[in-house]
Design a protein around this ligand. Structure first.
Ligand SMILES: [Zn+2]
Length: 369
């Protein structure tokens, strides 16, 4: 999705990197002006004390489009490793461990988004890390609520095959398809068996009431020292689903002038709990920003899509990938960025818990280990 990209996101991520260890590694571009007083008194030329891991030991890639999506991933690491020098690779990486897995966290280049950029990032990962076997694309997306699917802001959608569709459908729309609203470009690869099986175990665990996602949300929020309120739940009163034929009346899409009596027409009522609900099904990956609720609903009616995003199409056929999207808007004219941070955290917590159901992946050890 094209989302507002603020310079503060990069600053926040760099701050997280420093705060989680602080180092002068080759990948570290920390800006001293972003540091608080205690950080400025530290000597970053000294070793961080973090463990070093060879590139061959990393088996799982975690890709985010935006820094605001990568921040919660870094916060949810069980252990962060030393930055690694990765020659002839322009990606920005973070390295660490989640549960039993050594993972590489990568973001798209600043200001980039969409299929081409995500394909470039996936290509570099596959070339630079020979043991990578699985990939998670984690971040935010637009939800497609319907009578069958009570999808709300802050919920999470996981890409799962349905019928003859592989979990992600690629579509395109615009002037070149003036005679029809959009064109299906194809169904992308199914998620790998290891991630599909882990998703089953994850769902069973969740339905049995054993999910640790609420604790993971709290854990990450507690680590947000620099801006503690940033990743908190915005509040159900700020979740406005307007009818498809009711365009936004407010400048800047604040919905200040929108008639709140119009909202929640499809809702069965308030939920008793605000923890994210996890939905499983088709995710639609498009090349342009979607702000049209009629087209949104058509994606649901034709393909059963529950979510819309913009990066999966660049990754799915390069790395064995599962897409996990936190819902931050409803792809309509009321879209704003108010829910993006929390939705990114919800998706990250979901991905973090799901990784706990993935069996350890063997890698080829080097002579240095
Ligand atoms: Zn509005």
């Amino acid at each position: 999705m094209k989302r507002d990209r603020e310079d503060s996101d990069d600053e926040q991520l760099q701050s997280s990197r420093v705060r989680l260890g602080g180092d002068s590694g080759l990948n570290d571009t920390s800006d001293a002006s972003n540091l608080d007083e205690s950080d400025q008194n530290r000597d970053f030329t000294k070793p961080s004390g973090k463990k070093h891991r060879e590139k061959t030991t990393f088996t799982i890639a975690w890709i985010c489009a935006l820094p605001k999506e990568a921040i919660p991933a870094v916060l949810l690491l069980d252990e962060e490793y030393e930055p690694l020098y990765v020659p002839e690779d322009d990606n920005s990486y973070y390295f660490g461990r989640m549960d039993r897995h050594k993972i590489v966290i990568a973001t798209l280049p600043k200001g980039s988004y969409g299929e081409i950029s995500s394909a470039g990032v996936a290509h570099n990962i596959a070339r630079s890390f020979p043991s990578i076997r699985l990939c998670l694309l984690v971040g935010i997306g637009a939800g497609i609520p319907s009578e069958e699917n009570d999808i709300r802001l802050g919920d999470v959608v996981i890409s799962i095959p349905s019928g003859n569709l592989g979990g992600v459908v690629q579509f395109d729309f615009g002037t070149e398809y003036a005679d029809r609203p959009f064109q299906l470009k194809g169904s992308l690869n199914k998620p790998p068996d290891a991630l599909a099986a882990a998703t089953s175990s994850f769902e069973i665990n969740d339905q049995m009431g054993k999910s640790k996602i609420p604790q993971l949300l709290a854990q990450a929020q507690k680590k947000m020292v620099k801006n503690p309120s940033r990743y908190r739940y915005p509040g159900v009163e700020k979740d406005h689903l307007f009818p498809p034929n009711y365009p936004c009346k407010s400048e800047g899409r604040t919905c200040r002038d929108c008639d709140k009596n119009q909202v929640d027409l499809r809702r069965s009522g308030y939920r008793s709990c605000v923890d994210p609900i996890i939905h499983y099904g088709i995710i639609a990956s498009g090349s342009k920003l979607m702000r049209n609720p009629l087209l949104r609903d058509e994606l649901m009616e034709k393909y059963g899509a529950k979510c819309i995003e913009m990066e999966a199409a660049g990754i799915m056929n390069k790395l064995p990938c599962l897409v996990i999207r936190g819902i931050c808007d409803y792809a309509d004219s009321h879209k704003n960025d108010f829910w993006q941070d929390y939705a990114a955290l919800a998706a990250s917590a979901c991905a973090r818990e799901l990784l706990g159901f993935v069996s350890p992946i063997l890698y080829k050890k080097t002579s240095e280990e």
